[in-house]
Design a protein around this ligand. Structure first.
Ligand code: F6R
Length: 617
């Protein structure tokens, strides 16, 4: 999938050392399994792969060493298709053992291709879509001896997003790479050349890199590279010099993992949406394991989660009830089982957890299962405890989240919840296929909207500079903007260690407005104009706090000038439908918290007192 790490090498050095070293630098991209393949001499391809962190592979290689080679490929995996075990580790080999492939992405038509190969007698050893590519390539090489051309022809058959790097026993001096909607860069060395998912893969060896364009194939030898398009024609490529140092490399050049993960959000959303529709446009959630019949029986949904994931659930409640008309409650995992909730077979418990290890959430699942409810989990970590203990799972394909504060986790959780809501609407027949299709299209536009915000982070950095001495912050929202206000406040609390609180804007007058003082910064998320009632009400809420001396920062969609007379600062949001607004409005608040904490000298990635996976109750 998107986040796996890929390395390729051809040159005078020991390929195994270079490839494993590259994987070590890419390990942040995934650590479910790792593997390498080398071609020590013509006709001979060797490989080694192992589930778990790279250290497991290194131990295996030490125990059973591979012969020296000057060409190799490697992979560190973040599992999507298939469990994170040895069999599914990359590189998969083709049946004759002469072709190895490492793959990042999702081959959307892999079932069709796999069936085609099975009909010809091919036997698959893994559950991965990637093995299909290895088999296709071996079949192609039987008639096309040129490795580049064979790879290109295989790419023509593939749909979806992929980066491929291939090694062939009959081509000991060449590594071929290809990409579509998934990253691949070339590193240019002196008498050696590299491939990597990002430059961290080869930053120890060279800072000269070549960016590959969409739908391109690159042939890498020790002496040079050649780039062509999927159409077979020569293609342009641009060379640049990497200006990071080695320590920044694994953070992709960003100061913090959190910044990097904020910037990965367009990709995280796109990946979470990828491959969810069949050829006829029907939504399919293939990993899910609950039958349509079981889902039709559902008459109540309870979302259970903690922290940021809980806020994702709060957002989801609006969409679930609106689209499916199934009553939905949202409950903190740590509270759920202690209040003796009313559950039965027709209650669907939806848990949301980025890590898949949160103890409060896990205990809630066990409790719900004792009460005979069905549990569906939305999770970012393949093979973790929560999806293992659930009846059904929808994975968010956000890639590993390293920073303790959740960002891409949150947005991809909201997207996954929306997919679930639309799927339930489809199964229950309460929405037409074209209505579902329309919402899916609107979701497909969200990555571009998020990107628009990311292209101008300076605005939030300036605001952080301006408010660096503030000691307390208020966040207001209505409807789906309410959980966004809570999330904005949580980000600030955990990163800046400051008092920050989120409120439903209408609730303020019932008490909290008393805390507003001269200069108190108040962020207000304004609903899109399409919801005029909400929008008008929040305009009065802005005036209320302003009259009490608040410094107001208003997040409002482009083109809505009705609020302009009131705020001190205006942050523009791309125009999106009301229910999708959290997917864009949360982003400036994440950036603000990160920028403010950085200015206060805090460790943004590892805030005090916190841990990434909370495995205690
Ligand atoms: C906040 C944050 C936490 C987690 C919470 C649940 O930025 O990261 O509030 O959201 O601990 O964690 P998961 O989603 O792993 O269950």
């Amino acid at each position: 999938m998107h986040m796996c790490g890929i390395v390729g090498y051809v040159g005078a050095k020991d390929a195994q050392t270079v490839v494993v070293g590259g994987l070590r630098r890419l390990e942040y991209r995934g650590y479910d399994s790792a593997g390498i393949a080398l071609v020590p001499s013509k006709g001979d391809l060797v490989s080694s792969k192992k589930a778990g962190k790279l250290a497991n592979l290194e131990a295996q290689i030490e125990h059973s060493p591979l012969p020296a080679a000057h060409m190799g490929i490697g992979h560190t995996r973040w599992a999507t298709h298939g469990a994170p075990n040895d069999a599914n580790a990359h590189p998969p080999l083709a049946p004759q053992g002469k072709v190895a492939v490492v793959h990042n992405g999702i081959i959307e038509n892999f079932l069709i291709l796999r069936e085609e190969l099975e009909n010809e007698g091919y036997e698959f050893l893994s559950e991965t879509d990637s093995e299909t590519v290895a088999f296709l390539l071996e079949r192609q090489l039987a008639t096309t001896s040129n490795l580049t051309e064979a790879t290109r022809l295989v790419c023509e058959r593939l749909e979806g997003a992929f980066t491929l790097v291939v090694a062939s026993a009959d081509h000991p001096d060449v590594v071929v790479g290809a990409r579509r909607n998934s990253p691949l860069v070339v590193g240019l060395g002196d008498g050696e050349n590299f491939l990597g998912s990002d430059v961290a893969a080869f930053i120890d060896h060279t800072k000269t890199a070549v960016e590959l364009g969409q739908d391109q194939v690159v042939t890498v030898t020790a002496d040079g590279i050649e780039v062509i398009g999927f159409d077979g024609l020569p293609a342009e490529s641009t060379t640049y010099t990497v200006d990071w140092d080695v320590s920044a490399a694994e953070k992709g050049g960003y100061d913090w993992f959190m910044t990097k993960e904020i910037h990965e959000q367009p990709a995280a959303i796109a990946e979470t949406l990828l491959g969810r529709q069949d050829a006829s446009g029907r939504l399919q959630l293939d990993e899910m394991r609950l039958s349509d019949g079981e889902l039709r029986e559902v008459d109540k949904i309870i979302i259970v989660a903690a922290g940021t994931s809980f806020y994702a659930g709060m957002v989801a409640k609006y969409a679930i009830e609106h689209w499916t008309r199934i009553p939905c409650e949202v409950e903190l995992a740590s509270e759920f089982r202690y209040r003796d909730p009313i559950l039965d077979r027709s209650t669907l418990i939806v848990t949301i957890s980025q890590s898949g290890e949160t103890m409060d959430t896990l205990m809630a699942i066990r409790y719900a299962k004792e009460q005979r409810s069905q549990v569906l989990s939305i999770c970012n970590t393949n093979g973790s405890t929560i999806p293992r203990e659930s009846d059904a799972v929808i994975y968010t394909h956000a890639g590993p989240e390293i920073a303790v504060a959740s960002t891409k986790g949150f947005l991809s959780q909201v997207v996954a919840c929306y997919l679930l809501a639309l799927y339930l609407a489809q199964v229950k027949g309460v929405k037409y296929l074209d209505e579902i299709g329309q919402i899916l299209e609107q979701l497909q536009d969200i990555p571009a909207g998020v990107q628009q915000i990311l292209d101008n982070t300076q605005e939030m950095a300036d605001l952080a500079e301006e408010l660096v001495d503030s000691k307390a912050f208020i966040f207001l929202g209505r409807h789906v903007g309410y959980p966004v206000a809570l999330e904005g406040a949580l980000k600030l609390k955990e990163l800046a260690y400051l008092h920050a609180e989120g409120f439903a804007a209408g609730e303020l007058k019932h008490g909290p407005i008393a805390v507003i003082d001269q200069g108190t910064p108040v962020f207000v998320v304004v609903p899109p104009r399409a919801r005029d009632q909400l929008q008008e009400k929040i305009v009065s809420n802005i005036q209320e706090v302003r009259a009490r001396g608040a410094f107001t920062i208003v997040l409002v969609e482009e083109g809505d000038d009705s609020v302009l007379p009131f705020p001190d600062r205006v942050i523009r949001l791309p125009k999106v439908p009301t229910l999708l607004q959290p997917l864009v409005s949360a982003v400036p608040l994440q950036i603000f918290a990160c920028e403010l904490a950085t200015r206060l000298g805090h460790d943004v990635d590892q805030p005090r007192n916190l841990a990434k996976s909370v495995t205690v109750e």
